[in-house]
Design a protein around this ligand. Sequence first.
Ligand code: G3H
Ligand code: 13P
Ligand code: ZN
Length: 319
Amino acid sequence: MVNYKDLGLVNTREMFAKAVDGGYAIPAFNFNNMEQLQAIIKACAETKSPVILQVSSGARKYANQTLLRYMAEGAVEYAKELGWEHPQICLHLDHGDTFELCKSCVDFGFSSVMIDGSSLPYEENIALTKKVVEYAHQYDVTVEAELGVLAGVEDDVVAEESHYTKPEEVIDFATRTGCDSLAISIGTSHGAYKFKGEAKLDFERLDKISSMLPGYPLVLHGASSVPQEFVEMANQYGAKLGGAKGVPEEMLRKAAKSGVCKINIDSDIRLAMTANIRKYFAEHPEAFDPRAYLKPARQAVKEMVQRKIRNVLGSSHKI
Ligand code: G3H
Ligand code: 13P
Ligand code: ZN
């Protein structure tokens, strides 16, 4: 059993309370490798922003959960080296799907876990979430749950309203499970193809949910903006990403002022890296040292993360 506090990590409780009060959002970035982690930590150290580092199931398969946890522990030391005296870094399991997985993360030093029972029937989601909360809270690990299903583009259903979070369920769900934050579905989706036409989020629903749970931390998944500069750069150098579209930054700012205090970003990091790696290869066909082509990609991620923190989430200087 390793407690995250011994690793210098923090849970989400205090960072969310401050964010809700201040009307801003904490960035939650997925990471899969060293360059992404370096870019995120450097950007957060320079902007003095609290941060949530997320480990997804894909990341666990790709990089190994043990290695990622040690990387997060290393990130705390790296942040201190960069002059961040008391780093506010949370290590979070993204989309955990079983009690056993959540337990293994709690036991191994994660400071926060998500139990995603959103695809289960309501009562089963409650039972599973409650079981995870009861275990995690013994170690002061915070728990995110999900109510409502994020639409996927895979089945040609973009932002399917019938899957949106029902405001009339949220009080019952939060009270009976004891979860610390709630991911909601109001029209976002994972990946780089979020909207076929005009981007649209159901802010009326968000306002209803916030009024049901005043001051309660809400989470927005699928919140990448899919910056067109990266889509265009990637396409210019051979990618085929036509029609890629994300959540406009204006909408994220609005959500952050209406109870959303955690904004999940993965796709934007992927796009920033891919566009820059493609450009580097096109301009340097002789290159074969990974450090050469990963360096500009890492720099692009760092600059993108800083821009988001400063101009969209409003989390700079909140530590
Ligand atoms: O929630 C989805 C995240 O973007 C993680 O995706 O499992 O492919 O790493 P992944
Ligand atoms: P994006 O695909 O929009 O980056 O969403 C990431 C996410 O929600 C991770 O849980
Ligand atoms: Zn997600």
